[in-house]
Design a protein around this ligand. Sequence first.
Ligand code: NAP
Length: 488
Amino acid sequence: MMTTIKEFTLIDLENVGLFVNGEWLTSLKEGTFSVENPSTKKIVAHVPKGGQKETEKAIAAAHDAFQTWSKLTAQERADYLLKLRDLMHDHKEELATIMSLEMGKAFLEAVGEVTYAASFLTWYAEEARRIYGETIPASSPNKRLFVVKQPVGVVAAITPWNFPVAMMTRKLGPALAAGCTGIVKPASQSPLTALAFAKLVEMSGIPNGVVNIVAGSTKEISDEIFNNPIVKKISFTGSTEVGKELVVQSANQLKKLSLELGGHAPFIVFEDADLEKAAEGALASKFRNAGQTCVCANRIYVHKNIKDEFAKIFVEKVKQLKMGDSLAKNVEIGPLVNEEGVIKVKAQVEDAVNKGAKILIGGTNGNLKNGYFFEPTVLDNVTNDMDIMKEETFGPVAPLTIFESDEEVIQEANNTKYGLAAYLYTADLKRAITVSEALNFGIIGLNDALPGVAQAPFGGMNESGYGREGGHQGIRDYLEEKYISLEL
Ligand code: NAP
């Protein structure tokens, strides 16, 4: 059964507008760009193509709005965030439908993303009231020393298509809570979710200019964000390749930058693990969002003595996954976001097979020819020389490889330029702790395939970026610490 929403109330697909200073810009000189449904390859909507001018206008509006938004009490800002959170819950099926339509996330999973996204607003509404300063013992009796925390000013968020709404609230939640205002540039594949969210911002009564959303020419928007001195901080989630370019661009004005980049997560199953639980975890970690998450298991290491048994249980579970149009309520695996995604996944499977891997299940587009589909696939006999063991897959392919000792698997797991997430399954407490400590990743799922929650820090090491989002840590980058020395 397909999702039942017939008419959208948050967005008019015939007349989409960018959101700048509380106004909807529906018609721009530069024309429009189109958004495609990856399940059907049909055009869903045409979106006005924003550029330098609209970005400059949005930044100026955010700057004006900052003067009053930053002066509100923490409680007042928290109240706005909670109102927005409630509106997200009220409209979660509609937001999920729009998301599923434009980037192919399975509908029920998209509903889950909206709930997850809303949880960042709850958490940062609470954190707004805990932006504590410090007093420091002075060196002389007639002095008093303080540290106060103030919002950095206007900020920009550049977000990816794979979590169209959660990556926005993970950035906007702490930014608005801290007293910052800003602009969001969503990915070109998923602007509609961002603009539907903008409608909720409008409905929440958040003052004009506090949140602005501009999609369109990536280069023009990004250049204006990096060149405009009003913007003080940029939070980017996307590929490592683009992240590196932005580091160079940020140097010119020494903009504060946080980077949530790619990953290549190892998923380790030790001999003593609960195999049923580990297989269930591998399924959840590998196949959510059709394998298109930065924390997806990308290399599954299974102890030699249990590999065949694990593979059997895992393949049985993979067999049950239903692939199809993302809007169908019984579908677990939607399409990939675009043709490039399918080409990349196919190439990795072909490369692995040519080098000796065996396909246990899947391996083709299935019989769905209308969209960008690739079947949930399990590869066995995978070795380190295969591309899939080095490059982010971003698709539903699970490569299985074996190991014999803890030392060996730790070394293999750490042998990557990335350092975002790693998973391990074991019943041995000592091993659980020692291996978790030895893995060079920002997030460890210990017998847990889904560790991401609003109250915990999310972020990577090495080429997976720097900075943390979520948790009490996630608000730090939006605050300046100002030291005040008072002589009495
Ligand atoms: P991407 O190509 O890097 O795009 C991400 C965002 O950056 C989009 O809004 C994109 O706009 C924009 N962009 C692209 N080129 C740019 C440039 N030269 N200057 C400024 N902005 C630019 O990544 P993606 O393919 O959309 O997303 C997938 C990647 O994100 C994966 O590597 C994944 O691991 C990573 N990711 C990381 C996390 C995390 O928390 N660590 C979470 C989710 C995803 P256009 O769409 O208009 O090109």
